[in-house]
Design a protein around this ligand. Structure first.
Ligand SMILES: *[C@@H]1O[C@H](CO)[C@@H](O)[C@H](O)[C@H]1NC(C)=O
Ligand SMILES: [Ca+2]
Ligand SMILES: [Ca+2]
Length: 309
């Protein structure tokens, strides 16, 4: 039975690929594409992972990556968080925290977690920050996350991922259907709350590559006693009330979360700015050393890709 489904899928795929060449030929402004990879997959029934055009409700088209196979497929890449310079603390390239220096007067940076500013291109999503209109346009139910080595080619993103997982209980429905709305409710702003009391949602995950143990090879050994693996957590505060946007693969238990959570507001009180940046305090005990609080080199040099379905 499963073999027949696979064969049908394969035949369909080849037919559709022939057809899709004509669609792709003219990317005219009047051409309207589906709004998400999920819609696209529903239209075709079966498609390979890869780059596809999508349209916003106002008719703008954009190219992004669709994961059409994991857990039934239909996952739209909407963002990537890339650390271009761990030594540059809230400087150029820290779009998911602040490019304006560690500054108490800019508690939210420019708020890219909860605004409609877009940046980057899908082809460069493993080499720089990426955010497309899907981030705030698509109304989704679940998320998937990939940690992809910096600079990997599109075809290699999935096979080279060091960690991949997804959620499966439609949690986004409760938070406005996407991160744009979720972060409106849980602002990534310094001093908007305190550790534990004001932690945002922690959602259980299903691993697609990796397991509970992988986390301890990726985040520092001291971090291990500060989290519970098997979750994705949105907006949490550290001991000094710095806001971090996303804790990938875990739920914080302790308050030294800057060593395993990413993104953030514009101010980190501890260490005079040493924790300000897209990957916060991943290098607290040296760059990529994987000793004490420092994340591994593998983790420090991998981009975090966010998908919706
Ligand atoms: C948000 O992204 C824009 C576009 O790249 C950038 O100009 C801005 O500085 C970013 N915000 C922060 C806080 O870095
Ligand atoms: Ca960045
Ligand atoms: Ca940085």
């Amino acid at each position: 039975m499963a073999q027949w489904v696979m064969l049908m899928c394969f035949l369909l795929l080849n037919l559709e690929m022939l057809e899709s060449t004509t669609i792709m030929l003219g990317n005219y402004p009047s051409v309207s594409y589906p709004k998400s990879c999920k819609e696209l997959l529903h239209l075709y029934g079966c498609l390979p992972d890869g780059l596809y055009f999508l349209s916003t409700s106002s008719g703008t088209s954009y190219l992004t990556f669709c994961d059409m196979t994991t857990d039934g497929g239909g996952w739209t890449l909407v963002a990537s968080i890339h650390e271009n310079n761990m030594y540059g603390k809230c400087t150029v390239g820290d779009r998911w925290s602040s490019q304006q220096g560690n500054n108490e007067n800019v508690p939210e940076g420019d708020g890219n977690w909860s605004n409609k500013v877009t940046f980057g291109t899908v082809e460069a999503a493993s080499s720089d920050d990426f955010k497309n209109p899907g981030y705030y346009e698509i109304i989704a139910e679940d998320m998937s996350v990939w940690h992809v080595p910096n600079g990997a080619n599109v075809d290699n993103w999935k096979p080279s991922s060091i960690f991949r997982y997804h959620t499966q209980k439609n949690f986004l429905t409760q938070y406005g259907g996407n991160l744009y709305n979720l972060y409106k409710a849980y602002p990534v702003r310094y001093n908007a709350g305190v550790c534990h009391t004001n932690t945002g949602p922690s959602i259980p995950i299903v691993y697609d590559f990796g397991n509970d143990e992988s986390l301890s090879t990726l985040y520092g050994p001291n971090s291990k006693r500060e989290y519970e693996p098997g979750y994705i957590t949105f907006r949490a505060f550290n001991n000094e009330k710095a806001a971090l946007a996303l804790c990938s693969g875990l739920k914080p238990k302790g308050c030294n979360i800057e060593h395993f959570c990413i993104g953030g507001g514009g101010f980190f009180a501890e260490g005079s700015g040493r924790q300000c940046g897209d990957f916060a305090g991943f290098d607290w005990n040296g760059y990529g050393t994987h000793s004490q609080w420092s994340a591994s080199k593998e983790m420090t040099e991998s981009v975090v890709m966010l998908f919706y379905r």
